[in-house]
Ligand binder design. Structure first.
Ligand code: AFP
Length: 376
């Protein structure tokens, strides 16, 4: 049956499963549990300040308990040393509770938890690992800017599946190429779920009447060319030469070496930036820099860079550390940070070429040397 543009997420997953006649259905059930978590978080986010008081439904959002007293938890410090917003904590709780009972997961890991999450003993253990940032961009919550959830699905190592043992950090240290699915939910003017199960990228919009994710974007492709880039320019004095060169050349516009004008964007909510790039092209950079020598980037490899990188590459774009494909990086720690550049393929390849050249510059660039707007 050809996929209609109004399929539900469930119908889409059933269509995909037909490719694998031996599939048990565990994978589809896992994605549907993740989607349910995203719906519950969308609802919690939508309450905004109203969430500080108990909502009228007594918190019964599909039995999730979301919607109650949003403002009274959180305020702790997570493993990243960042202050947790109440919604960070609630979203993490929703993700773990929605996914720990179904028998699909062997364990989970999250930005908000120092250590891997163990499936409680009363529930069966499955063959997948779920890794997520339950509420990315949460520093934007107070100003009502779009935020999102990012997730990555890996296979649990055979030793975990066979023994049913507790998961340990090492089980999660798999390169992004090992992901079997990745996606994000964007809580913006509409709530969307963007997903790849390894056969391209599709987008679903949450129908508020039905409470269903409906397929609205059947074949998402990142345009190869762009005139838009996104970077936090306040870090320019810490950038390495190849990034300075790239940005300078974009800023030089029509009269510079690129021969065209660029727009710059920065939302500080990576899911929202990734979504914009998937819809109309662009390049996002949070590169390695010299701001804090103890860390080699801002974004987290396992639950930010890898899932977004997977989606972008499945959509025909490129995701890189600046030097090499981010999906090829062998992780060394659960909460490892990394430099990340992703988006329109030709732009990311250009940035990689600049990194490959000695000092990031192959010939004296008059703009870089003389007129750099971001000279250090
Ligand atoms: P939060 O989830 O702590 O708000 O972090 C968001 C984020 O990881 C990513 O979504 C943004 O692109 C990036 O950080 C913004 O970082 P700056 O605040 O340094 O611009």
């Amino acid at each position: 049956m050809p996929l209609s543009h109004r399929s539900t997420l469930t119908q889409y997953l059933i269509e995909q499963r037909r490719r694998y006649p031996g599939a048990s259905g565990d994978f589809n059930a896992l994605i549907l549990d993740v989607a349910l978590a995203c719906k519950a978080i969308a609802r919690a986010v939508a309450f905004g300040e109203l969430g500080h008081a108990p909502c009228q439904d007594g918190g019964a959002v599909g039995g999730t308990g979301v919607g109650t007293v949003v403002g009274n938890v959180g305020g702790g410090i997570n493993v990243q040393g960042e202050t947790q917003k109440p919604l960070d904590v609630i979203s993490n709780d929703v993700f773990t509770r929605m996914n720990d009972w179904g028998g699909h997961c062997a364990g989970m890991a999250s930005e908000e938890m120092d250590d891997p999450y163990q499936i409680p003993p009363q529930h069966p253990r499955g063959k997948y690992l779920l890794v997520f940032d339950p509420l990315d961009g949460s520093s934007n919550i107070d100003v009502n800017v779009s935020v999102g959830s990012v997730f990555s699905v890996l296979r649990a190592p055979q030793s975990v599946v066979e023994s049913g043992r507790d998961v340990v950090e090492a089980d999660f240290l798999q390169p992004g190429t090992h992901q079997v699915a990745a996606g994000y939910a964007l809580y913006g003017p509409t709530t969307m779920l963007v997903l790849s199960v390894g056969h391209g990228v599709v987008g679903f919009t949450l129908d508020p009447n039905l409470g269903e994710f409906m397929l609205t974007h059947a074949h998402i492709q990142v345009p190869a060319e762009t005139q838009e880039f996104a970077i936090n320019a306040s870090n320019s004095r810490f950038w390495e030469a190849p990034i300075k060169r790239y940005v300078d050349e974009c800023l030089a516009g029509k009269t510079g070496p690129r021969g065209k004008d660029f727009n710059m964007r920065w939302i500080a909510s990576m899911v929202a930036e990734a979504h914009r790039i998937l819809m109309r092209g662009g390049v996002f950079m949070y590169p390695r820099d010299t701001k804090d020598p103890s860390r080699c980037g801002r974004l987290r490899l396992l639950y930010e860079a890898n899932p977004i990188g997977y989606i972008i590459e499945q959509a025909g774009g490129r995701a890189s550390t600046g030097r090499a494909a981010v999906l090829g990086v062998q992780p060394t720690a659960l909460h490892q940070r990394i430099g990340l550049v992703f988006g329109s393929k030709h732009e990311v390849e250009r940035i990689e070429r600049y990194h490959a050249q000695p000092h990031g510059v192959d010939m004296p660039s008059p703009l870089f040397a003389e007129r750099s707007l971001f000279r250090s």
